[in-house]
Design a protein around this ligand. Structure first.
Ligand code: DON
Length: 578
């Protein structure tokens, strides 16, 4: 058996990959990709990946495992894993792809004016920290709904691994210890938060064991009674107390009123694969689809893989797709959507405006005209595929690291700061430098626009699930991995590992990871009129795939300490063993 047969790879590039793997030595080049059978999980934390694998081995499917991983992340990765935040899942069960929106909404008492000073200027901290930053959490009902619709095992069984971690203790990772150290000043402003996460006033060290009894009690009630254990009764009351104490407008009634929504995915084709990603209130699926449609029109796929031509065109495409993002918001208030931005005449016009030799200044790229932009890693993405080829891509967040900093005392979970994803002052950049429009203004009950792009792709019985944290850089990171894997035939780990670039219309600048561009390519891009800035790293893509031969692979991004695992490992033969 050849080495490549035992890895997820796109058909049609087999010969090339055999040569590449034989030459490079898969173990040496990609020690972190994990290959096997009967299901794979990739997430930001080893203890969370283990929770998902445990549930798959117990007979659970991809939905059961995804919920188990998400809840375990709420314990071991509190920077982003959560009960007090929200997220999205794109799932494919059998032949149907669907999107679950459990994004936070603005509380009934939220008003745009609450985030402005008396002169009408935005006060950034109000949407990023403390009570006013908090949107109504969607995770408790959202995760339950994902399980209700698609899960196979009893609800209690999928909550069990997270409950055990909180009750019996878990190991503090280096990443958690560092994050607590970096954010301790902010967390100490909330004594209830510090009491849980800075026990005895100290930053827990890597390898320390922590028990979280209050969170364990919440999880135990959640396991017994489902989301009502959180959205009503004493926990919802405690949410209101925490919100009021830190000047927020979130109330117990908002918790009771929250509903997750199943939505139709944004679907498009790439290299013979069908790709499904997140619709509004995420901009992610539209940015991916619009980008791919423009790349198709300019024959990007036929250009030489490495060098300035492809990078230039990718950037030009993103400028235009992110300019159109300015028009997007909650499905009820958005000024444009798939029907406008993915309409062939608009895509033709956008593609025709691209100069293959010159950068178009962002100032002259106008949003769709219609009716009328320091990366934290603190969103987290997980991907699961089960032995039947069902797939879940789930991205969840508190927005900034540790969200608003506000802890629900007694219930043991942190509340998000998702209100900053609204255009608090239209036209002013948010935490991610995104310039957004009035379509995304603060309005009670509305969902704030997101960039999270959980994505599933399939061709025949081959399936891929992926996504990333990274704020505004999520769609571009996701697209580059899709292009590497589907178009250029990388195997999965390689597709995830490759250096990335990013452009988001405003600011008019290409962000590049070190080694993403050769000196020649960078020089050519500058001569074409691009500004280039080197940044440390972008995104943290966790991806899994299952190919029609039943082989599964999990790829965790080396940019973080994430972990991938498979239900049943298949040892990779040594390179060249035929
Ligand atoms: O929904 C969004 O687009 C943001 N709240 C995501 C935040 C994020 O990715 C933070 N981590 N890098």
């Amino acid at each position: 058996m050849t080495l490549s047969w035992l890895r997820c790879r796109t058909p049609g590039v087999l010969a090339l990959i055999v040569v590449m793997l034989s030459a490079a030595g898969a173990h040496a080049a990609h020690p972190r990709g994990v290959v096997g059978r009967n299901g794979a999980v990739a997430s930001a934390e080893q203890q969370a990946t283990a929770a998902g694998l445990e549930v798959l081995r117990a007979g659970g499917n991809a939905a059961d495992a995804a919920v188990a991983v998400a809840l375990a992340l709420a314990v071991v990765h509190p920077q982003a894993g959560n009960l007090g935040g929200g997220g999205f899942a794109v799932v494919r069960f059998g032949d149907a792809a669907e999107a679950l929106d459990f994004r936070e909404v603005a509380p009934a008492g939220a008003r745009a004016s609450l985030y402005l000073d008396h002169k009408g200027r935005p006060v950034a901290e109000r949407s990023r920290e403390g009570g006013l930053a908090v949107g109504v959490p969607g995770s408790p009902t959202g995760l339950f709904e994902l399980h209700r619709r698609y899960g196979k095992l009893p609800w209690r069984r999928v909550v069990r691994p997270a409950l055990k971690l909180a009750r019996d203790g878990f190991t503090v990772s280096s990443r958690l210890s560092e994050a607590l150290r970096d954010h301790q000043e902010r967390l100490r402003r909330y004594p209830e938060t510090a009491a849980v996460w800075l026990p005895g006033g100290q930053v827990p060290r890597p390898g320390d064991r922590l028990r979280l009894p209050a969170l364990a009690a919440t999880l135990a009630a959640y396991a017994e009674r489902g989301p009502e254990a959180i959205s009503s009764g004493p926990v919802a009351a405690a949410v209101e107390v925490a919100s009021r104490r830190y000047h927020g407008v979130l109330r117990a009634a908002d918790m009771a009123a929250y509903r997750p929504v199943w939505r139709r995915v944004v679907e498009f084709e790439l290299a013979g694969w069908k790709v499904a990603s997140m619709p509004l209130p995420s901009s992610g699926g539209i940015i991916l689809a619009e980008s791919v449609a423009m790349l198709d029109r300019i024959d990007w796929m036929d250009l030489p893989r490495f060098g300035a031509d492809r990078d230039h065109l990718l950037v030009e495409v993103w400028k235009r797709a992110y300019a159109d993002r300015f028009r997007l918001g909650d499905p009820q208030t958005t000024e444009a959507g798939e029907s406008e931005l993915l309409a062939p005449p608009w895509l033709d016009r956008r593609a025709r405006s691209i100069d293959p030799r010159r950068a178009t200044p962002s100032q002259s790229v106008k949003p769709w005209p219609g009716r009328v932009a320091r990366e934290s890693k603190e969103t987290t993405h997980l991907s699961v595929v089960d032995g039947d080829g069902n797939a879940v891509a789930l991205t969840t967040t508190l927005n900034g690291s540790f969200g608003s900093g506000v802890m629900v005392a007694g219930a043991g979970f942190l509340l998000n700061d998702e209100m900053d994803d609204f255009a608090v002052a239209p036209g002013r950049p948010n935490m991610y430098g995104l310039v957004q429009g009035r379509a995304n203004a603060v309005r009670p009950g509305r969902r704030m626009l997101s960039s999270m792009s959980p994505t599933v792709a399939w061709r025949g019985r081959n399936v891929l699930a992926l996504g990333s944290p990274g704020g505004s850089r999520i769609p571009t990171a996701t697209l580059q991995v899709l292009l590497n894997f589907l178009v250029d035939g990388d195997h999965l780990q390689e597709a995830v590992d490759r250096p990335r670039i990013h452009h988001q219309w405003l600011p008019d600048r290409i962000d590049v990871e070190p080694d993403a561009l050769s000196p020649e390519t960078e020089g050519r891009l500058r001569r074409m009129g691009h500004r280039v800035r080197v940044v440390a790293s972008m995104g943290e893509v966790h991806a899994v795939c299952r190919m029609e031969n039943g082989i599964v692979e999990g790829a965790a991004d080396p940019r973080g300490p994430g972990s991938a695992g498979v239900v049943q490992r298949v040892p990779l033969p040594v390179p060249n063993s035929e």
